[in-house]
Design a protein. Structure first.
Lengths: 448, 62
């Protein structure tokens, strides 16, 4: 583990003074806007009533006057008919398309994401920049333990790693044990993963009598697909003896931020993207470092599905100060999750990530957990179900449980009931883990 | 920025020549789909190179 040298993909761009960076972004934003109005019926209809002239956009303040794009708008515009799947959202002629992916559909009907050859290469390019920043080089042999399908996750990572000259091993169509054996056989040195699956693979390897840290030679891991609290990242590092890097992205926007070798904050990949962190209530005021806000993204080079100020609904906090790596980009200090993943329980705003952070940070004997919220006699009840390693004894569980409940109370301001599940009882996930179950009805929560 | 300027200008000039030749090749090869399709990646990578070799450094002032 440690820092890598010559860490810049393009030293000129990555260390550009912020004023110059912003000038490029404003200029590229105007181009995106012109393209969107010209080619996408959705944006033409949306902006024509506003009398919006792209040439009038000359500063970040001008950009903030332009309405954001919601995911629901993309869905509605794709559902509105027409001969093709993409409805009014397409930003190119249909004959230019070369591939189709879609969002995961976690929050509703998936959004279809078309690509031309050009737009696909512009998806791969920022990913390549990010992998280089993380220290990926020609000598790396990257194992990707997922079945590739219509969901876009890891496709761009695969091609970006190829672009850097890494050897890429697609590890789909195998179960976890077979994947671990294949990684050993092929001496994979790096892994693209979800945090949840990274933990699960380590657990399965141990069941197979394989110590992932000693026997598996994985020295770099990129996690995507789910929010990863710092404690989870550190646990993965300890389990695998690897440098574990966090990354943020979405199917619509591509990967837009990742960690550098410092492994502290996530660098926004500027100027590939214009990223605004805005106040959650009005989306009109930029947040300063340390404040929680929602990420609004404009991909500046991606044209097949143009996006103008796309509201990701992801809540995060900008980092303060400068990074030791010398890059001048904005940095994300913490990702709190989607705004619809923050829940009100007994009047307290609760993020399930807080529980994951405590468990992964302080309780290595707990391998899986699940949070269940119910309502009894108009009172919210929160139950945490946890599963310990099979080797943990009952008396040890009692000690662990006592300490866990104390920490939960301090960190979340909520009192939890604790239940121990049998080994293997709780579900395991590979992507988009669903460890939070709200069994209260909507009427009970909102009084409708 | 000042230190990078002359080098970027030279690189941008090389890129402009490559682009000109690629466009010329595209015009000459009309009717040969294999050339047209294989030129497509070249044009896309020229597009990406324009980002990495910004000959339009002066455009920062715009």
């Amino acid at each position: 583990m440690g820092k890598t040298s010559s860490a810049y993909w393009n030293a000129f761009m990555e260390t550009l003074p912020r004023d110059d960076l912003v000038k490029i972004q404003v200029r590229k934003f105007r181009e995106v806007l012109k393209h969107a109005i010209k080619m996408s019926p959705m944006y033409r209809e949306k902006f024509q009533n506003l009398g919006l002239n792209p040439e009038d956009v000359k500063s970040p303040e001008d950009i903030r006057k332009i309405p954001c794009t919601e995911k629901s708008e993309l869905r509605e515009s794709q559902e509105c008919g027409g001969p093709y799947l993409y409805g009014k959202t397409l930003g190119t002629d249909i004959e230019n398309l070369c591939s189709l992916h879609q969002t995961s559909g976690t929050t509703g009907r998936p959004v279809y994401v078309p690509d031309t050859y050009r737009s696909w290469q512009w998806r791969i390019e920022p990913w390549a920049c990010m992998l280089y920043m993380m220290g990926f080089r020609e000598k790396d042999r990257v194992f990707i333990p997922f079945g590739y399908n219509v969901y876009v996750a890891f496709w761009s990572g695969h091609y970006a790693a190829e672009k850097l000259g890494c050897e890429v091993i697609p590890g789909g169509a195998l179960d976890t044990r077979a994947r671990i054996q294949k990684m050993m056989e092929l001496r994979a040195s790096a892994l693209f993963n979800t945090p949840t699956y990274g933990l699960h693979m380590a657990e399965v390897a141990k069941e197979m009598g394989i110590n992932p840290s000693r026997d598996l030679g994985i020295r770099k891991m990129v996690c995507a697909g789910e929010p990863m609290p710092e404690a989870t990242r550190r646990r993965l590092e300890a389990l695998w003896s690897a440098d574990v890097y966090n990354h943020i992205g979405g199917a619509e926007t591509c990967g837009w931020a990742g960690m550098c070798a410092e492994k502290k904050d996530l660098h926004v990949l500027e100027p590939y993207f214009l990223v605004e962190i805005l106040d959650r209530q009005t989306l009109s005021k930029p947040c300063v470092a340390g404040e929680e806000g929602v990420a609004v993204i404009t991909p500046l080079f991606y044209r097949a599905l143009p996006l103008v100020r796309f509201n990701t609904n992801d809540v995060m906090v900008l980092a303060k100060g400068a990074c030791g790596c010398g890059r001048t980009s904005l940095r994300i200090e913490r990702i709190l999750g989607r705004s619809d993943e923050l829940h009100k329980i007994r009047g307290v705003l609760f993020s399930p990530q807080a529980v994951e952070e405590i468990i992964c940070g302080c309780f290595p004997d707990i391998v899986e957990h699940e949070i269940i919220v119910t309502r009894k006699s108009a009172m919210d009840e929160v139950t945490l179900r946890v599963e310990a390693r099979p080797s943990v004894k009952k008396a040890e569980c009692e000690e662990i449980g006592k300490s866990l409940l104390e920490q939960l109370k301090v960190k979340t301001n909520l009192r939890f009931a604790l239940e121990w599940a049998d080994p293997g009882e709780l579900p395991r996930y590979t992507l988009k883990a669903k460890r939070f179950k709200d069994l209260r009805s909507q009427e009970e929560i909102y009084g409708r | 920025m000042e230190g990078n300027g002359p080098l970027l200008t030279q690189m941008a000039e090389c890129l402009r020549k490559v682009e000109e030749e690629a466009i010329k090749l595209g015009e000459l090869s009309k009717g040969i789909p294999a050339v047209k399709k294989n030129l497509q990646p070249i044009m896309v990578f020229i597009d990406i190179l324009k980002f990495h070799i910004p000959g339009d450094v002066e455009a920062l002032e715009a």
